[in-house]
Design a protein. Structure first.
Length: 292
């Protein structure tokens, strides 16, 4: 029974990783860039949600939507200012810029509001225990998991059934061919950043409600773990990011349940090393031949 409880906790945590990992994987799939500032967009989302709840006194869902909208705009600004001028630059230049943007966001937030942590109010989402097959499970965990799954389903619908989703898939497959077919590649890339950043913002609010404490450097570890989740599932593959995030959350929960909670953060990087050694293309990836 304790195992089922840990699995639910792991799925709740994994759904947060999955939401962040989707941003990594979408951006990589289209512009072949690892956006290391993505974890900091997640942090900004957590703070926007916090101020929406405490200062504007909004309930959970409106705070979640505001956070997603603000982070979507923020993601587009990052792309237009920092990444667009480097579209044709070397990979290493774009990577270094991403790390620089990440540090700028973190320490910009510390400069604006200070480094002290904040705590989400306890009454944002009423917590009760639900008994399922004799196991007492927090309603908060189930609601977080449900919200994350709904957002992932909406994303799948957008990618596969809408005009912008088709444009994103076309640009991902061949940007030059998509441009010749009349697709506005710049707008499509901006839309990709907007959607990925909105999901990271939602993850920030969910994280704040689940873990209470938020602070300006909170995006570093979840951001790295979400990157591991994206690699685990197959970077550039949307279902892979979802499965990778959920799987990583469950692995962490089981490691904690086994009494190795000090190893909890380290296990993600053990998983990364193992996946790079034994299946570098990820669980859902395919081997690609590259001409040298």
């Amino acid at each position: 029974m304790e195992l089922i409880q840990q699995l639910v906790n792991g799925l709740s945590l994994g759904s947060i990783y999955a939401l962040i990992a989707l941003g990594y994987t979408m951006v990589y799939g289209i512009v072949k860039l690892i956006n290391f500032a993505h974890g900091d967009v997640f942090m900004v989302g957590a703070f926007v949600g916090f101020y929406s709840i405490t200062i504007l006194e909004l309930p959970f869902l409106p705070a979640l939507l505001i956070s997603m909208i603000v982070c979507a705009i923020f993601g587009v600004l990052i792309e237009r200012i920092a990444y667009k001028p480097l579209r044709n630059a070397t990979r290493i230049a774009a990577l270094i810029t991403a790390i620089g943007v990440s540090l700028l966001i973190e320490y910009g937030m510390i400069y604006i509001r200070g480094a002290q942590p904040e705590a989400y109010p306890n009454d944002v989402m009423p917590t009760s225990k639900i008994d399922i097959l004799g196991v007492s499970i927090s309603s908060q965990s189930l609601l977080i998991f449900f919200v994350a799954i709904v957002l992932m389903i909406i994303l799948q619908f957008v990618v596969h059934k809408t005009k912008i989703g088709k444009a994103m898939r076309a640009v991902s497959f061949d940007a030059d061919a998509a441009r010749l077919m009349g697709i506005n590649v710049n707008n499509t890339i901006s839309a990709t950043f907007a959607i990925g950043s909105a999901l990271a913002g939602a993850a920030g609010v969910i994280f704040g409600i689940y873990y209470i404490k938020i602070e300006p450097l909170m995006g570093i570890i979840p951001g790295l773990k979400a990157f591991v989740a994206a690699v685990l599932g197959g970077i550039g593959i949307i279902p892979g990011a979802m499965v990778g995030g959920l799987l990583l959350g469950v692995i962490e929960a089981l490691v904690s349940a086994a009494g190795f909670s000090l190893w909890r953060d380290g296990v993600a990087f053990v998983v990364l090393i193992l996946i790079l050694i034994f299946r570098p293309q990820g669980l859902f990836g395919k081997n690609k031949r590259e001409k040298v």
